[in-house]
Write a protein that binds this ligand. Structure first.
Ligand SMILES: *[C@@H]1O[C@H](CO)[C@@H](O)[C@H](O)[C@H]1NC(C)=O
Ligand SMILES: *[C@@H]1O[C@H](CO)[C@@H](O)[C@H](O)[C@H]1NC(C)=O
Ligand SMILES: *[C@@H]1O[C@H](CO)[C@@H](O)[C@H](O)[C@H]1NC(C)=O
Length: 630
């Protein structure tokens, strides 16, 4: 081939790229619900209190209830049933069919009516607490909606709380009825008698062994089906909750001490839903053709907020099989329109794609690079698209891996790194937004606005709440400089911690401000940026809180250790400790362990053998001290 042909082909290719690039630039940018450069405004007369900036919301307070007039989770779900009782509601994987089977809204309506009647027949009264310990399965939602229909309070339990915390919770709320799946049932039955649980309801048929264990302990054991049959035989009228009634107590594990029971009312949860929907619905609105894949724990508020938005649209929830190793297959079958995730998972997704590209050879790599470059340019102009030539030649497989129908990705629970955020926006060609919040505000307090593709912030306050920053003198942050502790107020802010006046007072001021403990600042465009944490507690990428001083305090107690420094960031899933031994103390310890200490001390301390021994030692100290505490 002569050079002129090669040059011709190259010029041709460049021309094609240029033509497509020019073509891409003609696309419409996303219409943002608030002006990009002024996403919040400062409340007149109330210095430093920021609200979302939108003409029709300015001045006239915050949103607490949706336009539809729905005031409780019960009303919201009932309306969805009325919208189209034949529409699919809950889907689970059926092994024999090798696919998903669906229960319609009408069927779910019957089941929640029966299950709720059954719960009442078993002796529960209005405002009784009902525990649930189960993976994400249809029965979780049936139980939740049954509680809503009869004004019962759902208390989710989850196994990472640990046995001591669980005993504490059951005792604190005096749980007498607990629903458990096959994984939870053994532990539930083992501990039921000692903690005072009287009724255990198993998802699935109890085994002979389980029945006799329950009999021996005087525990009433039923299957969910039995309770539904009971309710069918003794039907009860719904007892709809009032807007201010307690809907759920969500326990959050603290770094120290007992877990705290976050009390959320129907109003709290509906307000947060109404606020989130104002943002999300204007860009990606859902209907009953849309599916959400449920795999983030329902015991946390994030997934429950998302599901309330799904019910609102009368859309579908499909549950993953409970095994993250095959979740991609579940996704391929369910074809979700909204993908809710946490940084830990999204990081893995982006690493995997990157790795595949790196291994795919020069040409593929180059095409991917050009495509990335162009998609990022489009994002900078506010353009979101999944049908450009770049999507076809470079990102088609990636988009297909998430089912090929994703219109929005929401990340929450911990900060998403800006580079991963940008990578996902470019490759997935859909809206990728990040929410910020905590259980105490019913999940979300702010979310990045679709169409704003600047990185490193968490958007303006949702229209259901306002945000202000207050001074943190001990850390040298002052609100007058635009930095301080983030405080939230609105109808979504929790009622308080269950039977814990003291901790409630620490978290919530008399005039309703929730102190988050996060340190934030306002960007020039009026969105919030979180950059530090009060009291030096940080969150790892899986959402776990670490109080480094506490860890250091215990590690330093290992034999021969002088100083310890623990460090971690929210983009990683584990911490790093820098450990300094004390020469006089460590030598005898090492000798006792049979390590030769006759050589140079510096070499000795740097040797792999010693490092390994010291690491083992501090971990053992940790385990010992930790078990003593609880
Ligand atoms: C549920 O509440 C939302 C408001 O957040 C409302 O827009 C919607 O219409 C309600 N759902 C139904 C089916 O009425
Ligand atoms: C591309 O986006 C559209 C509109 O948001 C959506 O309907 C479609 O399913 C998306 N396609 C892929 C492959 O994700
Ligand atoms: C604010 O908006 C402008 C204009 O879109 C943009 O150039 C700038 O990067 C934004 N600033 C931040 C901190 O996001």
């Amino acid at each position: 081939m002569s050079w002129s042909i090669i040059a011709g082909v190259a010029v041709g290719l460049v021309t094609v790229v240029v033509l497509f690039v020019v073509n891409d630039a003609n696309r419409e940018p996303v219409h943002m619900v608030v002006p990009k450069e002024k996403q919040t405004y400062v409340l007149p007369g109330e210095e430093r209190v920021h609200r979302m900036n939108r003409k029709d919301w300015v001045g006239d307070g915050l949103i607490s209830l949706p336009e539809s007039g729905v005031t409780t989770l019960y009303e919201n779900f009932s309306r969805a049933i009325a919208l189209d009782p034949k529409a699919d509601c809950l889907g689970h994987y059926d092994e024999s069919k090798k696919g998903y089977v669906w229960e319609s809204y009408g069927e779910v309506c019957d089941r929640l009516q029966n299950f709720g009647s059954g719960l009442m027949h078993l002796g529960n009264k209005v405002k009784s607490k009902v525990g649930i310990m189960a993976k994400n399965i249809p029965e979780w939602v049936i139980a939740e909606q049954a509680c809503n229909a009869f004004n019962l309070v759902l208390v989710p339990l989850y196994d990472t709380l640990g046995p001591e915390a669980m005993t504490f919770i059951v005792g604190q709320v005096k749980l007498t009825t607990v629903i458990g799946d096959a994984d939870a049932i053994h532990d539930l039955l083992e501990s039921a008698k000692s903690v005072g649980i009287e009724i255990v309801i198993k998802v699935g048929e109890p085994t002979e062994k389980e029945r006799s264990k329950a009999d021996a302990d005087g525990i009433k054991l039923y299957s969910v089906l039995e309770v539904e049959e009971m309710g069918n035989e003794y039907p009860r009228e719904h007892i709809p909750p009032e807007v201010g009634d307690l809907a759920t107590i969500q326990y959050t594990s603290g770094t120290t001490g007992n877990p705290k029971g976050v009390m959320l009312s129907h109003e709290n949860m509906i307000a947060d839903m109404a606020g989130a929907m104002k943002i999300i619905n204007e860009v990606v609105s859902f209907d009953n053709e849309d599916t959400h894949i449920s795999y983030l724990p329902l015991a946390h508020s994030f997934e429950r907020l998302i599901q309330s938005i799904v019910w609102n649209a009368g859309a579908k929830v499909g549950f993953y099989r409970g095994d993250t190793r095959v979740i991609l297959e579940d996704i391929a079958m369910l074809k979700p329109s909204l993908f809710i995730s946490v940084p830990r998972l999204l990081n893995r997704v982006s690493d995997k794609i990157q790795e595949k590209v790196n291994n795919a050879g020069f040409v593929t790599g180059l095409v991917f690079k050009i495509a990335m470059w162009q998609k990022k340019r489009m994002l900078a102009k506010g353009i979101v698209a999944n049908d450009t030539i770049w999507d076809k030649i470079a990102f088609g497989k990636v988009q297909a891996a998430l089912g090929g129908k994703v219109r929005g990705i929401v990340s929450g629970a911990a900060p998403l790194s800006p580079s991963v955020m940008e990578f996902l926006r470019a490759t997935m060609g859909c809206h990728v937004v990040e929410g910020y919040g905590q259980t105490e505000c019913a999940a979300a307090t702010s979310v990045t606005i679709p169409g704003d593709h600047d990185l490193g912030h968490v958007g303006p306050p949702l229209p259901c709440n306002e945000i202000k920053l207050i001074d943190v003198p001990e850390m040298n942050y002052y609100a007058k400089d635009g930095k301080g502790e983030v405080c939230l107020r609105g109808a979504n802010i929790f009622l308080g911690y269950y039977e814990d006046e003291e901790k409630t007072k620490e978290a919530k001021t008399d005039d309703g401000w929730l102190l988050t403990g996060d340190i934030g600042m306002w960007t020039e465009n009026g969105s919030l940026k979180i950059f530090d944490r009060r009291k030096n507690i940080f969150k790892l990428s899986q959402g776990e809180y670490i109080a480094p001083e506490k860890v250091e305090e215990i590690y330093t107690r290992a034999a021969g250790i002088g100083q310890v420094y623990v460090h971690g960031t929210s983009s990683e899933s584990c911490c790093v400790a820098v450990v300094v031994p004390e020469k006089e103390d460590i030598l005898p310890v090492l000798q006792k362990a049979g390590i030769d200490t006759s050589g140079d001390y510096g070499d000795l301390i740097r040797s792999a053998e010693v490092k390994k021994y010291v690491q083992k030692n501090i971990i053992r100290t940790w385990q010992r001290k930790w078990t003593q505490r609880i």
